[in-house]
Design a protein around this ligand. Structure first.
Ligand SMILES: *Cc1c(COP(=O)(O)O)cnc(C)c1O
Length: 357
């Protein structure tokens, strides 16, 4: 028998999430964000479903090459733009859209061979202060791109810092609208949180990432509330059971001490599989279909669970770490992080099975 850990990727859930996103987006075109190898799900695995999206947005040009080779012929956007001349040249040959977020990238456009063109997404820094031209420099950048022989088309974009929390997007949208006033170009503003919460942010294109994968961008609204289904389910099995007595400790650092006689299950999943080491005792987990909690520290290859409510569990009993039955967002919250990080951190050593293709 091989080690029982497995990540299942459910394409039918992805298909339903994409349909749900289209209903939120009410007519805006959808650029599916597939950076970080589709948030850990694998671009090539999910591409058959994303053939129904209007475009892809990603970081590494290698992924754009893979998507083109697999036959994806719609819009592909490089979210950080081209990093050097060779990349920009390849982007032109692949017909890509590239973010232009700084002076250096405008300069790079001049290095394209005569006749070569790219589609430009000119990015405004509307308040996040990560990428983009400030309000003061945007107009000049726009004028230069409009006149640039290497620019085949222009889209105006920005990115929100607080679409998922109480601060919202109003101030940033205001800055964007002042910068874009009177221009005829398509606009791309909204990430997952903004496209759900702020109809005014939807515009021509939306850029959903996390919701495609069936996790939530919000602290106070679950994926299920949003009508989303988990695409990735991480499962394993119990490989040992220990009976412990009051005062006995469990795992490294004796971080958990039994207050009563307990059965402790040992699961073949650890931080080297991508499970968060910071998940404390009490993190939710499902054993044999029953919801219970972890006990003690997560180790590299194993973690331990409380079997008090699982009298039938023994060696070989199936365990769900996250996904169907226990949302990744709940595990992430227990570990002090967000679902995004857990999905992206799925380790290469975990075998993957694709369902619903
Ligand atoms: C990652 C990213 C997105 C998608 O964000 P989600 O919160 O996953 O929807 C959209 N736009 C840009 C520029 C991004 O970097």
């Amino acid at each position: 028998m091989t080690r029982p850990i497995l990540a299942s990727i459910d394409l039918s859930a992805l298909r339903r999430n994409l349909a749900q996103i289209r209903s939120f987006a009410s007519g805006s075109r959808v650029a599916a964000v597939v950076k970080a190898d589709a948030y850990g799900h694998g671009i090539l695995r999910i591409l058959p479903v994303l053939a129904d999206a209007d475009g892809l947005a990603l970081l590494n040009i290698e992924d754009a090459v893979v998507a083109r080779q697999a036959g994806f012929d719609r819009r592909i956007l490089l979210l950080e733009g081209a990093f050097d001349r060779a990349e920009l040249d390849l982007a032109a040959r692949l017909g890509l859209h590239v973010v232009i977020h700084c002076e250096e990238q405008i300069g790079l456009l001049g290095s394209l061979a005569a006749g070569a063109v790219v589609h430009a997404h000119l990015k405004l820094n509307s308040g996040m202060n990560r990428l983009g031209f400030t309000s003061g420099s945007f107009e000049g950048a726009l004028a230069r791109l409009r006149a640039h022989p290497a620019v085949a088309s222009l889209t105006l974009m920005t990115h929100f810092a607080s679409a998922d929390d109480g601060r919202g997007v109003e101030e940033q949208i205001g800055r964007f609208d002042r910068a874009a006033a009177g221009t005829p170009f398509e606009q791309s503003l909204a990430n997952s949180a903004a496209l759900i919460r702020f109809p005014a942010a939807r515009r021509d294109w939306v850029r959903p990432g996390i919701v495609l994968y069936g996790a939530t961008p919000f602290e106070d609204r679950s994926a299920a509330d949003l009508g989303l289904a988990p695409v990735m389910t991480l499962t394993s099995r119990l490989i040992a059971v220990q009976d412990v007595q009051p005062g006995d400790h469990v795992g490294y650092g004796q971080a958990f001490t039994a207050a009563r006689p307990m059965r402790i299950g040992v699961v073949a999943c650890g931080y080297a599989d991508g499970y968060p080491r910071h998940a404390p005792s009490g993190t939710p987990i499902v054993v044999g279909g029953v919801r219970t909690v972890t006990t003690g520290r997560v180790s590299m290859d194993m973690l331990m669970v409380d079997l008090s409510n699982c009298p039938d569990a023994g060696v070989g009993t199936p365990v769900t770490l996250w996904g169907e039955g226990v949302p990744v967002d709940e595990v992430a919250t227990a570990a002090g992080t967000i679902g995004y990080e857990l999905l992206c951190a799925l380790a290469p050593r975990v075998p993957v099975r694709v369902l619903g293709g």
